[in-house]
Design a protein. Structure first.
Ligand code: PLP
Length: 339
């Protein structure tokens, strides 16, 4: 799957997709500095011993909302003009993206509406309400909530902030790649959690531009790995959503994908798929050995190493993408009473 840069350029033009460049990511970094955390990259001694390579964890769990999504949301909102900021933002995510949009909007004094279906659990609704966003409950599914986003976009001129398939969001997520290369210049491999591909796509653009020899490997759960299925099929395909411990990695990549499909297809060196048991081990290891609380999606890089599925060839960065996990589930996993 390794493709030379010139091929990438021609493919991108051919499909008329929106490209994201190193310059976009560098500008994003300058734009969001001071508004998001520059997260620590810490050496993981047990994983380093286990693999014989020096393994480092990029702890996006340290972002104010507990996940990297703040980078992309902040960059996209900062790029809006005054009129758009005055009208406000809208999105349909109830997870880390919804939190990130709510947090960034409040920081920047921009009104935000988060649309959700009536099936969203009360604790998730409350978490977003506490961040100051207006909540709109509509219908019985995520699709109903997304339709409300489109209605509000048309009727009130609100700006939709999508969770991954948007060049400004991808550029924001790519700032993680810049920080990793700066802190670990001898980088050989990056392990990145992969769902819609905003994170993996942005990180791959930055890393491949600065360290063309470094490998960027995406990691998803076996249950509903949308990007993996799309790359195998040669185009975005509908997938069946299944329950998974890596809930932040669920959902499709969008049948009309404009940005992340081409980036992931052209820039990722490999994609690893994990079982639920393997993800559980990753969460447990992070808590017991690295002293970090990680959610399923955030644990997949660690899990891939423990499952001997990641071939490491030198200094390695593992992106620990988020820490928002139900505390009861986390406790059971760490105590080892569930697998
Ligand atoms: C959204 C998310 C991901 C996946 O990011 P994509 O850009 O959709 O691939 C991974 N981990 C966490 C914690 C997330 O919230």
């Amino acid at each position: 799957m390794t493709i030379m840069k010139s091929d990438v350029q021609s493919k991108l033009t051919e499909e008329n997709v929106q490209p994201v460049t190193l310059a976009d990511i560098e500008q994003a970094a300058a734009r969001i500095v001071g508004r998001v955390a520059r997260t620590p990259l810490v050496r993981a001694s047990t994983l380093s011993e286990y693999t014989g390579q020096s393994v480092h964890l990029k702890l996006e769990t340290c972002q104010p909302v507990g996940a990297f999504k703040l980078r992309g949301a902040m960059n996209a909102i900062l790029l809006l003009d005054d009129a758009a900021r005055e009208r406000g933002l809208v999105t349909a995510s109830t997870g880390n993206h919804g939190r990130a949009v709510a947090y960034a909007a409040r920081e920047l004094g921009v009104p935000a509406i988060i649309c959700m279906s009536s099936l969203v659990p009360a604790n998730k609704i409350e978490a977003i309400r506490l961040l100051g966003a207006e909540i709109r409950i509509v219908g019985l599914s995520q699709d109903d909530a997304q339709e409300e986003v489109e209605r509000l976009t048309k009727s009130r001129g609100l700006t939709p902030i999508p969770p991954f398939d948007h060049a400004d969001v991808v550029a924001g997520q790519g700032t993680i790649g810049l920080e990793i290369v700066k802190n670990l210049p001898e980088l050989a491999t990056v392990l990145v959690p992969l769902s819609g591909g905003g994170l993996a796509g942005g990180v791959a653009v930055a890393v491949k531009a600065l360290k063309p020899q470094a490998r960027v490997i995406g990691i998803s759960m076996k249950r509903g790995a949308a990007m993996h299925a799309a790359i195998a099929a040669g185009k975005p395909v509908a997938i069946r959503e299944e329950e998974t411990l890596a809930d932040s990695l669920g959902g499709g990549i969008g049948l009309q994908n404009h940005v992340t499909f081409a980036l992931c297809r052209d820039l990722l060196d490999d994609i690893i798929l994990l079982s639920e048991d393997e993800i559980t081990e990753g969460i447990r290891h992070a808590a017991r050995n690295e002293c970090v609380t990680v959610e399923g999606a955030g644990a997949v890089g660690i899990a891939a190493i423990l499952a001997d599925k990641a071939e490491l060839s030198g200094p390695t960065a593992v992106i620990v993408s988020g820490g928002n996990i139900d505390p009861n589930i986390h406790q059971k996993i760490v105590e080892g009473t569930t697998l």
